[in-house]
Design a protein. Structure first.
Length: 366
């Protein structure tokens, strides 16, 4: 009934199937969803009493839909995925093709051995775990080599009918083999005590990155950083406004790296705020350069000119950004992206923000 009411579908008409809605969620893409969000905010400015006078900005981590990425678990995921995709590709080849042995059972034994070793809490446990990790790395390396050989056979056999399907399957298997080889390299570098750059934390979601925020509950999170900017009509307690499309980059970008994209969104909507507030992660100089002229800046934890009363009001208003992000995560699914990859995360975040903005529009509508 909620879907009928929102989409204006008559009671005697069929409602789209759940799988249809799920597929449209992916196919529309992030840019289309963000454009709808801009239209909703523009409609609110044009047809309701909403006027954006203040903006509060903060970044948060959108978790990827992955397990905690230990080396052995990545090797287990890799061997299982390679065997599954290689079996599909081998079935497309008419003549006798090579195969990728499913070593997931052997690697899973290694994972269980690591858990038992860590439970001993002895001085030799770390060295034994490193040896077990190297054993898992050797197993996934063999699977990756077999997958490379199968890819070569598939490309040589891609002739005539079904050639495109074989090439697509071969390209997918080759991509997975590259990720598995990256896992082997990470295990090798860790065993030698070398630094690992651009660490891979998931076979299924290679764009996810480890992000260290220093929180007591979660020292390290795995996913993507998004900058959330809420435009409100005032800075009173409980102020509710519209959230502009989130700015995001791969890795762990700084606040000032994402701020120009946020300012571009505000400029596209014709919003020139009187005040902009942020936390201590913003650098004052570059932040003022990105802001429109005439906008007052408040950064928590830094000395601010003006009265004490104004500083308290702005600090209280900035703290509300933490509550808004928590609200988006609890009620609108922003805590964890269920779509894979950076593009999938942008689409998921866009839908969460759009849903919140539609509720906010109802709040301001006459």
């Amino acid at each position: 009934m909620h879907l009928r009411r929102f989409c204006l579908i008559a009671i005697d008409r069929r409602v789209p199937d759940e799988s249809t809605v799920r597929k449209l969620t992916r196919r529309l893409g992030a840019e289309t969803v963000n454009e709808i969000t801009r239209l909703v905010i523009a409609k609110a400015q044009r047809e309701t009493r909403f006027v954006g006078r203040a903006v509060r900005v903060d970044s948060t981590v959108i978790e990827a839909d992955i397990r905690y990425p230990s080396d052995a678990m990545l090797a287990l995921q890799g061997t299982r995925t390679l065997a599954r995709e290689a079996s599909k590709l081998a079935g497309m080849l008419k003549r006798r093709a090579g195969r990728v042995r499913d070593r997931s059972r052997s690697v899973s034994k290694t994972v269980r051995a690591i858990s038992k070793t860590l439970a001993r809490r002895t001085g030799e446990a770390k060295a034994q775990v490193m040896k077990l990790n190297e054993r898992a790395g050797a197993q996934i390396a063999r699977s990756a080599r077999e997958a490379r050989r199968l890819v070569g056979q598939a490309r040589r056999a891609a002739r005539g009918r079904g050639a495109r399907a074989k090439l697509r399957a071969a390209a997918k298997l080759e991509q997975l083999a590259g990720r598995c080889e990256k896992v082997c390299e990470q295990i090798s570098r860790r065993a030698r005590g070398l630094k690992i750059n651009n660490r891979l934390v998931s076979i299924a979601d290679p764009d996810a990155r480890p992000i260290r925020k220093g929180k007591l509950g979660k020292m390290t999170e795995f996913g993507y950083v998004c900058q959330i900017a809420e435009v409100t009509p005032n800075t009173r307690r409980g102020a509710r406004g519209f959230v502009v499309p989130a700015a995001t980059h791969l890795g762990n970008p700084a606040e000032n790296t994402l701020l120009p994209d946020t300012m571009t969104e505000l400029q596209a909507l014709g919003i020139v705020p009187r005040e902009l507030v942020g936390d201590g992660g913003f650098i004052p100089g570059p932040t003022r350069e990105a802001m429109p002229p005439g906008t007052r800046l408040f950064l928590s934890g830094r000395h601010q000119p003006g009265s004490r009363h104004t500083s308290k009001r702005q600090a209280r208003y900035r703290t509300g950004c933490e509550g808004r992000i928590s609200h988006l995560k609890r009620r609108y699914g922003l805590r964890r992206s269920r779509l894979k990859g950076h593009n999938g995360q942008q689409t998921w975040t866009g839908w969460a923000i759009l849903t919140y903005n539609l509720d906010t529009y109802h709040h301001y509508a006459p």
